[in-house]
Design a protein. Structure first.
Length: 175
């Protein structure tokens, strides 16, 4: 077994990435405070051809050296938009017929492994590292999904949760 060289990976150039069809998913970061988490979500979104990221509230925006540290340039390839208020982003996406998914521990949440995707456009909201998704935002969501956990901790790091959910959605969408 031999590790592949970067030149053997056949990755898209940033120009080709911009032209490539994306999966119909927008990630919403609701008041995510860690710039490293923001950068990590950019990098994961690049890897799985996410349509865009909406950065809301206190969530930092590019360009920023701490975002770049983990995004490694994905902040320049993945489309993004800033909203002062997360509800404005949700309202806009509902007008565009996106199905709004909260990733949160909540009443009547659907375990991620039981959630079935349909052929539609999705917006997936991830919340603040301590407080989660704001309740007003939760009230506007169509569905809440939850990542089952079996240990002693009550939550996952937001960028880890985003990676798990983005992968599941990428694999579950049949486009």
């Amino acid at each position: 077994m031999r590790k592949l060289k970067i030149t053997e990976l056949k990755r898209l150039s940033p120009e080709d990435f911009k032209q490539t069809e994306k999966i119909p998913v927008i990630i919403i970061l609701d008041n995510v405070r860690s710039l490293h988490n923001v950068g990590s979500v950019f990098r994961t979104s690049d890897a799985f051809l996410i349509e865009a990221i909406y950065l809301c509230g206190i969530t930092a925006t590019p360009p920023h050296p701490e975002i770049h540290k983990t995004a490694l340039g994905a902040e320049n390839t993945v489309e993004w938009q800033y909203f002062e208020n997360t509800l404005d982003a949700v309202h806009l996406l509902k007008q565009k017929s996106y199905h709004i998914l909260a990733v949160e521990q909540a009443e009547n949440s659907i375990p991620l492994d039981k959630f079935r995707l349909e052929k539609r456009r999705y917006a997936v909201i991830f919340g603040n590292e301590v407080k989660g998704i704001d309740q007003e935002v939760m009230n506007r969501c169509d569905v809440c999904i939850e990542i089952p956990q079996f240990g002693t901790k009550h939550s996952l790091n937001v960028s880890v949760a985003a990676g798990i959910v983005i992968w599941e959605i990428f694999m579950g969408l049949e486009y």
